[in-house]
Design a protein around this ligand. Structure first.
Ligand code: SF4
Ligand code: SF4
Length: 476
């Protein structure tokens, strides 16, 4: 029993999964044929609106939302602080970031094994932005047939106006996208002000141009080629698929033999299946493939072909679902299983790592203490005959508010701090505090004694401690 779904065979000499030779071979250097997609309405298109719009709104709105007097999400690279609502991530939190990436990877493995390329079809920025660009194309140049015709016509005022409008909208969306993206790294309100007074920095200009061109190129011109040639996910997702993974599939048992017929005739008598070979499923496909050739890595699971075929089945008064979300097992009339070892493994790993991440975040202390001993002088004897050591305490307030802390020292009785023991540290500030610690030499237990400094908030809710050494003269 195979445990991987076969993807489209690209060798034209080999028969395809539905018993036909492929009309073309796959060639990386072949001339790119422009794809004119047909607009289609249907259940899955409405569903895509529900997944795409919240993401778009979130992407554009988040940098504008204020939180505690500053931008809610801001990746402040020059100051090495990442603000995400109430949490501030510091370079010290790099492990958390790595952890988050691992969780995201396992999340992707889990979802892909279970639901196939649902990410590509419904939430991938390339898909969402391409949909916006296609919408702009439709409102400026018309439907599929009108666009094909317009491209074939010689240049005229009508063509120039329509093309200019389309590219104008594309550039506008690209600029807005780039602006919002840069706004996650530079306070967006400052960015707006600087833009209007022509005071943008060279890096801001560079990234704005870069992301404008990248969005315009990827969603306007490259489109399906990004999925087919540039996206690594398309290449390795087959490794996560098994015969119970949800895929968009044509049902050849029901559809073949395909062929045109008149509505109402007994096509079964003529040896025909339910596929009327209308090509609508191909015309709506954003990657230009024919799903009837079997599962192909170019398929982004957008389900446009399902909506197209269902609309045709409705017209013919045939049951819906000739192209549908299904699994290989179900297509073969075998009972499949949602719960299989690989999926359970991914799910458990994902749950465990998410819980551990949540625990680490909830118990994370927004305070860090670093102690530096004075290396020039091991110890000093004071005029009062006491032994004194000098330290510099570096207190980093990782919270988002200014905090007051109390400093204490433990390790020996009668150990006294000379200097400020109550300090105020602003949010995100590293305060260096020079401190002297003294003791009567008669009470000194050893020439080298471990001691511990503690920094505590006044309400004692947060406390960090750090060990160091107290050095003294030879005990007589
Ligand atoms: S084959 Fe269907 S699901 Fe796959 S990309 Fe084309 S339209 Fe979308
Ligand atoms: S839309 Fe349905 S009926 Fe038309 S060609 Fe595709 S599979 Fe056949």
């Amino acid at each position: 029993m195979m445990d991987k779904i076969p993807v489209k065979n690209t060798d034209p000499t080999e028969p395809s999964s539905v018993g036909q030779a492929h009309p073309e071979s796959f060639n990386l250097y072949q001339k790119h044929e422009k794809i004119y997609t047909r607009k289609i309405e249907g259940f899955y298109q409405r569903l895509r609106l529900f997944t795409g719009w919240p993401l778009l709104i979130g992407y554009f709105a988040l940098p504008w939302i204020s939180w505690d007097g500053r931008q809610s999400v801001l990746f402040d690279l020059p100051n090495r602080q990442f603000y995400i609502f109430d949490i501030t991530f510091w370079p010290q939190d790099f492990m958390l970031l790595a952890w988050l990436l691992i969780i995201a990877a396992f999340g992707l493995f889990f979802v892909t094994t279970w639901l196939g390329r649902i990410w590509c079809g419904y939430t991938c920025p390339q898909t969402v932005w391409t949909s916006i660009f296609m919408w702009a194309e439709q409102i400026t140049e018309g439907d599929r047939n009108a666009r094909v015709k317009l491209d074939r016509l010689p240049w005229s005022i009508n063509k120039v106006v329509r093309k200019t409008l389309k590219h104008g909208i594309w550039l506008g969306v690209s600029l807005l996208t780039a602006f919002s993206f840069v706004g996650y790294f530079t306070p967006i309100k400052e960015l707006v002000t600087n833009m209007f007074v022509f005071a943008l920095g060279p890096w801001e200009i560079f990234w704005l141009l870069f992301f404008t061109i990248a969005t315009y190129g990827n969603a306007g011109w490259l489109r399906e080629q990004v999925c087919m040639y540039m996206c690594p996910y398309a290449r390795f997702q087959a490794a996560m698929f098994d015969q119970d993974t949800l895929i968009v599939s044509y049902d050849p048992k029901r559809g073949e033999n395909r062929g045109s017929r008149k509505k109402g005739v007994d096509y079964r008598e003529k040896g025909l299946g339910d596929c009327i070979d209308c090509q609508l499923c191909v015309q709506v496909c954003p990657t230009g493939i024919d799903i009837r050739d079997g599962l192909q890595y170019e398929c982004i699971n957008c389900a446009l072909c399902i909506d197209a075929c269902n609309s045709m089945m409705d017209k013919m008064e045939y049951p819906r679902g000739l192209i549908r979300y299904t699994t290989e097992h179900k297509l073969e009339h075998e009972s499949g299983s949602i719960l299989r070892p690989k999926l359970i493994g991914y799910g458990l790993a994902l749950m465990l790592m998410t819980l551990m991440f949540a625990y680490t975040i909830s118990t994370r202390t927004p305070l860090e203490l670093d102690i530096i001993r004075d290396r020039n002088q091991l110890y000093r004897e004071t005029a009062e005959g006491l032994v004194e050591n000098t330290y510099t305490l570096k207190v980093l307030n990782m919270s988002q508010q200014s905090m007051r802390y109390r400093i204490s020292v433990q390790g020996m009785e009668e150990l006294k701090i000379k200097g400020k023991t109550e300090i105020e540290v602003s949010a995100g500030e590293i305060l260096a505090i020079p401190l002297r610690v003294e003791i009567d030499p008669a009470l000194l237990e050893n020439i080298n004694v471990p001691i511990e400094f503690s920094v505590t908030t006044l309400d004692q809710s947060i406390k960090v401690s750090e060990q160091t050494r107290f050095l003294g003269p030879q005990i007589r």
